[in-house]
Ligand binder design. Structure first.
Ligand code: AMP
Length: 298
């Protein structure tokens, strides 16, 4: 089974306590695609400007990502800049330039429309609604962020009522539902639509809730975190990739998918931008999956 992702492809400027990476390849859909391409064929639907470096296109192609849905519009590529605190669970957004995103209306090529698995990575919920109208997917995952909870809640609620799974940060759960207790927050989200809720807690791992079923995992413990940007999107890529590969969404498969997401996300943090997640292969992921099992077994 293949998976379609729609979201941002960006040029990111990121500062962490370990250094700075200026105008490197970024974007939610980029990290997702690089991660998920280790599992199944990926269709990437996004927009870039005429300034988008050809080497980034080549990198995505070299990982087998289908770029028929990657549009190039006149103007500049979406740009995002962020700075991490010493506590790298915290970051400030320094700059967001929508650029070509302002004229973008996603158009899914036929193969992407037919994908059984769809992931709506981080973009404006109004655009996510346009994607839902075109997709024939039977399992739809969603990511969002505080910006849209604050500024586009009505559209976001429409999207939520039409997806199967939401992957969200713990702080965003509180913003979206008003609940401090994550289990109560997950229940409130279930009532909005998605019957599967994955709550990410940064370096503290994540919580998976589906009806009465609850599962928790820690994050993989790394000796050094260089840059956590894109960890959430890589997590989603590993999670959706595993589900699409197994072509199953029962709770046991979802638990395994969460561990795959955790394993892939941990690689992303080891180097700046997508440098590390772009160089791993399924064997690296399998080894980390086993190391993770040893880490949590008792
Ligand atoms: P994460 O670290 O998983 O939250 O993802 C960071 C990525 O999201 C970066 O590569 C950014 O380019 C991208 N991003 C940040 N803000 C936005 C936004 N408003 N819309 C779409 N993508 C964004």
């Amino acid at each position: 089974m293949d998976v379609t992702v729609v979201g941002s492809v960006a040029l990111d400027t990121v500062e962490t306590p370990l250094g700075k990476n200026e105008e490197g390849l970024g974007g939610a859909a980029t990290f997702f695609s690089l991660a998920a391409s280790n599992y199944v064929p990926v269709h990437l639907v996004a927009v870039v400007g005429e300034d988008f470096p050809a080497e980034h296109v080549e990198l995505l192609k070299s990982k087998g990502v289908n770029l028929d849905g990657l549009e190039t519009l006149p103007g500049n590529t979406f740009r995002w800049a962020g700075r991490y605190h010493d506590d790298m669970n915290m970051r400030d957004t320094l700059d967001t330039q929508l650029n070509v995103f302002e004229q973008f209306h996603p158009k899914l090529p036929e193969a992407a429309q037919k994908s059984r698995y769809l992931f709506l990575a981080n973009i404006h919920p109004a655009l996510q609604l346009e994607v839902l109208e075109q997709s024939k997917a039977s399992f739809k995952g969603l990511d969002t962020m505080n910006l849209w909870i604050d500024s586009a809640l009505d559209d976001l609620k429409k999207v939520l009522s039409n997806v199967d799974a939401l992957i969200i940060n713990d702080s965003e759960v509180m913003e979206l539902t008003g609940e401090r207790n994550l289990l109560k927050g997950a229940r409130a989200i279930e009532a909005m639509g998605p019957k599967t809720v994955v709550i990410k807690k940064g370096e503290h791992g994540c919580l998976l809730v589906q009806g009465k079923n609850v599962f928790v995992t820690p994050a993989f413990v790394l000796p050094e975190v260089v840059d956590p940007t894109g960890a959430g999107d890589s997590f989603a890529g590993g999670f959706m990739g595993h589900i699409a590969q197994q072509d199953a969404t029962d709770f046991n498969t979802l638990k395994q998918a969460v561990v795959h997401g955790t394993a892939v996300a941990s690689f992303t943090c080891e180097k700046f931008g997508p440098d590390r997640v772009a160089e791993i292969d399924p064997n690296d992921i399998a080894n980390r999956f086993r190391a993770f099992r040893d880490l949590v077994a008792f």
